[in-house]
Design a protein around this ligand. Sequence first.
Ligand code: ADP
Ligand code: MG
Length: 364
Amino acid sequence: MKVVLENLTKKFPARGKKGGADVIAVNDFTFEIPDGSLVGLLGPSGCGKSTTLNLISGLQKPTGGCIFFGEDDVTELPPEKRGVGLVFQNYALYPHLTVMQNIIFPLQNLKGKDKLSRAEMEAKALEIAKLVQIDGLMERKPNELSGGQQQRVAIARALVKMPRVLLLDEPLSNLDARLRLQTREEIKRIQRETGITTVFVTHDQEEAMSISDLIVVMKDGIVQQIGKPQEVYDEPVNLFVAKFLGTPPINVFDGEVKGGKLYIGEDCVLDVPNVNDASVYVGIRPEGFLLKEDGALSCALKGVEVMGRDISVVSANEHCSAPVIRSIISAENKVSVGSETVRFDLKPNKVFIFDKNTEERIDF
Ligand code: ADP
Ligand code: MG
């Protein structure tokens, strides 16, 4: 089931009598979530991710725009008529009910021709429980389960009615690091096996990058960029997107384009024949540095961390916006730790130039 958002907007009126401005939590979203895909909504806290999800689910009404599930305009439909499954960060299980009872709960109020017998409900619940691998825990209560198991129950409960769309709001945030990794792979597997169109909200770029077919990067209620994770990483439209994706994060420098050449301080680091003279921001991905004795960019060497396959060279440059530059270099390189300076050439496809005023990327 494809989901289409058309000029979707949600404005919250200012509170109190004077001062304060309206909050536009979701500002004119227009995009299509392809049938059967997993789309990650990604952005910092407060950028409008949950509001977008609540609009899709029907828990909140938009102040403008429309939502379509396939060809159906669902904008005016209440949540229970939309056929959505919802999973939240805090599981929201019924504590006094067993796992089985929690999972069959949404099936109990089916009416008319959809009404199921107890045996049919339990058979369905068991089938879904097997899919999320909790079928051995059906008689337990939520407080007898780990966080990861509770979240699987919540996912099973969201799936048991075979929703048209599955909506997950930061579902992994309450889990510890190891479980988070494992559960996100599980979610990806379950999504593939069921083929249910899924929207996954997270503020964690690594999570979004690893799980999503498409990511939607948001800031202050405005969509910044939509694309496959690798494409967005390789071709960020602006400085915000470039900074939001990648660990270690991109290194940002003040730079200058003069006569078709890009300078960081006195160092001429790249040829950029098609760029007009201007002050710019230069973003360099950690993997964009090549260690070279006569390299173009000179930095003060601060330290070297060996990480097995790679080494991390920590250096500094007065034109960098951060106190240290983090570069990731193949371990075959040797860094003489005794020296005070280190020089790099730059891989052009790992370097981005941004307009200083608009912060939009300038092609070169
Ligand atoms: P996210 O999930 O990305 O952290 P939200 O969608 O929860 O962000 O919130 C987006 C913005 O809308 C925030 O500025 C938030 O304070 C505001 N907001 C959310 N819900 C309400 C509400 N019910 N009333 C007023 N403002 C709200
Ligand atoms: Mg939220």
